[in-house]
Design a protein around this ligand. Structure first.
Ligand code: SAM
Length: 256
């Protein structure tokens, strides 16, 4: 076994995270720069240190899960969600079952609620938001963001749903109440069913082809017929038909 393979096995045992399903060259580069900075010489030494040191483990988790996010990321796509996809979904159901998968620090699920609030009262909106990383979930629940995270937020939404606190912006409680957070590993955990909408953006790029294939299959099973999968702006699905998807719009797939 190579030292990276030993590292993968050790991390899987300790955390349930299978690094073998993440693109290897990219992941190795990120982790090598971290262990070198910390003064370790190879993956085996790094693993031994991680097993003893909780703070280092948190730093490792932080490095392997890339948490960058922002509100209304790729703004044009959110206009399509607001003006085309939600009206379509609301023709079938007035209560939508929605999942923001790999939600990071909360910008994405809060954006979903803000966009849907153009069609429904907030009391009728519920979004499940999940991530592998408990640290980002804590930040999401806090809902406090630097101004740069709000660069794409329309002005009326900014005034309505954020309160400025010094250099930061806080999401108002009425929006926070629409989102439920839960820890969930897309590569290991069960997927619920009967979703109207699954939003999963800017995480598939880190996975191997094999892992992506499995996740798209799971998403397809999780959506009701006619339900929509909304992916990131570099993440077109190469052959959507093989998962039972049809293209509804750029980066939106409808389950047949
Ligand atoms: C770049 S962020 C994307 C955030 C948001 N979806 C967006 O597009 O702005 C990627 C997120 O995927 C999460 N992630 C990585 N591997 C995961 C896995 N196996 N299961 C669930 N979430 C995972 C990371 O913790 C990180 O928060």
């Amino acid at each position: 076994m190579s030292d990276y393979e030993q590292f993968i096995a050790g991390i899987n045992k300790k955390t349930g995270i299978n690094l073998a399903l993440y693109k290897e060259a990219q992941m190795k580069r990120r982790l090598t720069s971290l262990y070198e900075k910390k003064g370790y010489r190879n993956f085996v030494e790094f693993l031994q240190a991680l097993e003893r040191n909780r703070d280092l483990m948190n730093e490792f988790l932080d490095r392997m899960t890339i948490n960058v996010s922002e509100f209304y990321r790729n703004g044009k796509r959110w206009e399509v969600l607001q003006n085309k996809i939600f009206p379509l979904l609301l023709q079938t159901n007035k209560r939508l079952k929605i999942w923001s998968a790999a939600c990071s620090t909360g910008e994405e699920p809060y954006t979903i609620s803000m966009v849907l609030s153009h069609h429904l009262p907030l009391s009728q909106i519920q979004v499940l938001a999940t991530d592998l990383d408990e640290n980002v979930i804590q930040k999401a629940k806090l809902g406090l963001y630097p101004e740069r995270s709000l660069a794409e937020v329309p002005n009326d939404v900014k005034t309505k749903y954020f309160a400025q606190e010094g250099a930061f912006f806080k999401v108002r409680d009425e929006i926070k109440r629409t989102v439920n957070y839960k820890k969930h590993n897309l590569l290991n955990d069960q997927y619920e069913s009967n979703y109207d909408l699954i939003v999963c953006r800017n995480v598939m790029i880190y996975f191997t082809e094999e892992a992506k294939d499995q996740i798209y299959r799971n998403f397809s099973k999780s959506l009701r017929p006619g339900g929509i999968l909304f992916v990131g702006s570099t993440e077109q699905i190469f052959n959507p038909a093989q998962y039972g998807f049809e293209i509804e719009d750029t980066f939106f797939y409808r389950k047949k």
